[in-house]
Design a protein around this ligand. Sequence first.
Ligand code: ADP
Length: 337
Amino acid sequence: MSTVSLQGVRRSYDKTLALHDVTLTAPEGQVVALLGPSGSGKSTILRLIAGLESVEAGEIRINGELVSAPGSTLATEQRRVGMVFQDYSLFPHLNAAANVAFGLDKLGRAERDEAALRWLDRVGLKHRASAYPHELSGGEQQRIALARALAPQPRAILLDEPFSGLDAVLRAELRDATLATLAETRTTTIFVTHDAEDALQAADRLVILKAGRVLQEAAPREAYDRPASLDAAAALGPVNIYKGEITNGALQTPFGDINAAHLTNGTSAQAAVRAEALTLTPNGSTRVISVRPHGAHDLVKIESQGVTWRALVPARMPLGDAVSVTIQPAGAFVFSA
Ligand code: ADP
């Protein structure tokens, strides 16, 4: 295991600037999530770290060793980086054990078979050693792909949308099982996701991306509690955006002032208010437009002065047609517009 770092990395395709000045670190033994919408550059970062493509500017280092710089790209085989792709890419004509043994060609036959079984055991699938990929469920295939990537003891492992394409319950189970395996092996991990919950639940550090740029790199708690920008706040869950001008060190909203002492009076500003930072209580002057189940919560739309706000409240809370609303300061952030 090793630290993986990117410094000032740029990459474009024809006229598309896929990555712009990307700097990030995956510290040794930690799990880092690259979080961003489709097209934000997540997969490109993985391909560059894997050495499948070259950088135009900047550099990539694995444990201090320079592996990518403009005009110089260390071959993928020499990087000792494991990869698990979205479609798992298992060899269809090889059974589970043979898939895992595939990358262990430096070992003798007996040792290789023994190592493959040990890795299958680690992901809880020793009993499926002789099954072929088409006989395995999506979750099982993902675990086999993980065992195959880990078996050669790579310096780091890259996972592209590892939990997508699975239903919600299986997804959470697989996420936890994968993390447990990675934690046990203390493998430096970088995984790509567009799902904020996956990122918050699974990662030691988040790198939030948008349009090829890093919006914020932080531990999940810090990113959640101290977003660097409006977009960084919105990346981690539903937010309400409210525009106004700073007066008396605050932004005034229909639901009270939000502290903005860091901005000078008269600045035009935007607040990001997390949906869960709105507290609703029955009886008030704010109209309730709709109430919909949203996982463990209800998503409530309310309207004030022609603006619709979204609030996440405990499920089945009796609210009536109108409510009073307050904003919890811990979930409200003001940025200059
Ligand atoms: P993500 O993984 O976040 O969905 P990608 O890294 O796949 O984003 O893509 C980032 C940007 O680069 C997108 O605008 C995408 O269209 C472009 N891009 C990625 N790969 C290629 C390619 N091989 N050829 C042309 N454009 C590409």
